[in-house]
Design a binder for this molecule. Sequence first.
Ligand code: NAD
Length: 454
Amino acid sequence: MSPTDSYTRFVNRPFGKQVAKTIGLPRPVPLRRHTQGDRLASGSILVIGESDAGNTVAEQLWAESYDVRRDPGLKQKFSAIIVAFDDAAHPSDLSERVLQVSAALRGLEPNGRVITIFRDPQDSSISSDANRIAVRHSVEGFTRSLAKEMRFGATTNGIILGQDVTMAAPAALAALRFFLSGRSAYVAGQFLTVSSSAGAVPADWDTPLADMVIVVTGAARGIGEAISETLARDGATVIGVDMPPAGEALTTVMNRVGGIAVQMDITDENAGNELLRMAEQRFGRLDGIVHNAGITRDKLLANMDAARWDSLIAVNITAPLRINEQLLAALGQGVVAENFRITALASTSGIAGNRGQTNYAAAKAGIMGMTQALAGQLAKTGGSINAVAPGFIETAMTDAMPAATREVARRMNSLQQGGRPVDVAEAIALFHTDAAAGINGTTLRVCGQSMVGK
Ligand code: NAD
């Protein structure tokens, strides 16, 4: 497995670039990824829209010494274009700002960002206002389509402000920073909905998880390993869990990130209570859990047997449900923090369905249901739960696919390449910050805007 696939390396060399251009083949580019201390943007940021949200964004970025422009100008280069539509009342209000985006697009740098900001179409205070509901849906459609027109690693994503939520809300600012930075490298055509003003901005945006203790299941390799590294990079102490046969790999990862290794099968009836006991003994606290451990047992349903179905459901959905129950029974009683944060790995298969994966898709759709169901309970004390749905991620699992199938899956998205485990980890890390508390009960796709599903 290579960090950049061989086709991407080929088309980024002069000869390969020429061949791809001549015969119209995909031309993926290496994506900009985050390293500690990186600025959100290296060049100018254009902020379009003299609305509440537009003005708040411009002021925030000015305060951090970014080169903020409010006008596309002539032949200007931009690292990012942010367009606020929060005051739009009718689809005919979009034209002026959309055309400003159009004028600026040619100046968008490789790996640049376009971010739309608009209000929630589900907002109950406008439930019978067809004009306002229409325009909010219009911005959604605009954002998804523009995301498909991006080139050279650039992305378009949207921030949705819920009822009474302003752009100054901690989670709105956290979403803005996520989409601007290299942390969202493989997120395209997606939305973060900020449903409340809960949460607090961190003292240092580089270590937003400082002092937190977070459990990561399936931490010995793949996406779980990357999640452990990313949470530790952002300041957290990780309790890494994996099966006894993966014990050695788990210890290696935990030594690297300064965490503790726990050999455990998450399907054990008492797994949640045992984790609680261990967190109490070692740290006296537990701030969150990442339900990452998962298995595949692919078979067409006509050939499915009980072992394949039952083992997959047990690991991928029954265990997270039971562990949550055990941990949440202790919510606010000392060890489990009041602002406890849960994240879980879903999958685009759980959204769109996938041939040969009835068991996997059932479990992953269940994860998204669990996320919606527990959001209200967690929000009462300042907690949250969110899911991340990866598309094609370069791991040992996808490396084992037949070459032709793999190559097709890799290119079937707006960025024309597979994502990396760290791309999933960055989204998980965002949801564990206190700043993101106002994002709750959602599923974020990290899939390069895969053609699969919505
Ligand atoms: P992986 O197989 O590389 O790693 C999964 C880890 O979970 C392994 O270390 C395994 O030992 C552990 N595990 C499995 N069963 C366990 C159990 N009962 N108790 C404790 N640990 C257990 O998988 P990955 O590709 O890194 O995927 C991680 C998560 O992301 C999974 O939930 C997967 O469904 C999801 N996902 C992955 C992709 C992808 O493209 N790789 C796409 C969508 C979703």
